[in-house]
Design a protein around this ligand. Structure first.
Ligand SMILES: CC(C)(COP(=O)(O)OP(=O)(O)OC[C@H]1O[C@@H](n2cnc3c(N)ncnc32)[C@H](O)[C@@H]1OP(=O)(O)O)[C@@H](O)C(=O)NCCC(=O)NCCS
Length: 166
């Protein structure tokens, strides 16, 4: 599969709306303009996966998570990941997660975080993240205005060398 994953650019937005949200183009245009602005100001890095000229997947790395334990520990979060429905289960989501991890590694982050909803619509994500090396954290279910989720982390780089005992 000739998948190209690259940061969101202004000129990508019409194709993303066409391929992801054709039903409500005005609302989507506003939303993607906000996402682009957050990339420009450095709040997030949004990656788009392209296959044969079509946008087939997206996700963002956000540097300050809305999940308090990640924000307090400075753990970036993979956020708003989605793959177009007909192409799910072919490795695109896994490739996007790896690309997001690469973004965090380049910034020197030792740990990556991700959250997943508890309902059936997130079933594939619930299975996928542990397969990719993510472990549920120790805080249990987190609930806010958007619903309930659990959060997972993955160590990206080897731990700093321990001081040698005297
Ligand atoms: C979650 C989501 C982003 C994953 O994307 P995806 O492209 O389906 O993910 P992958 O294809 O990499 O992995 C899904 C499964 O396919 C399997 N798979 C991956 N590549 C494969 C291949 N080449 N052949 C067969 N199976 C494959 C994976 O092992 C995984 O199996 P599992 O369900 O047993 O864990 C996608 O399903 C989605 O958009 N879901 C709805 C929105 C959502 O839940 N977003 C996440 C918010 S937390």
């Amino acid at each position: 599969m000739n998948l190209d994953i690259r940061p969101l650019a202004h000129d990508d937005i019409p194709a993303i709306i066409r391929d992801f949200a054709p039903r409500d183009p005005d609302k989507s245009a506003e939303r993607w303009a906000r996402v682009l602005e957050a990339n420009r100001t450095g709040l997030r890095v949004t990656l788009v996966a392209w296959l044969e000229g079509k946008a087939v997947g997206v996700a963002s790395v956000i540097w300050v998570s809305n999940y308090p334990p990640f924000a307090e520990a400075g753990i970036p979060e993979i956020n708003s990941m989605s793959v177009v429905e007909p192409l799910r289960g072919r490795g695109i989501g896994s490739a996007i997660v790896r690309a997001c991890e690469h973004v965090a590694i380049e910034r020197g982050c030792p740990v990556m975080g991700i959250g997943v909803g508890l309902t059936e619509s997130y079933a594939r994500a619930q299975r996928l993240y542990p397969h990719l090396g993510y472990e549920f954290d120790e805080h249990g279910v987190f609930t806010n205005d958007w619903g309930s989720a659990r959060y997972l982390t993955k160590r990206l780089a080897p731990a700093a060398p321990q001081p040698t005992p005297p």
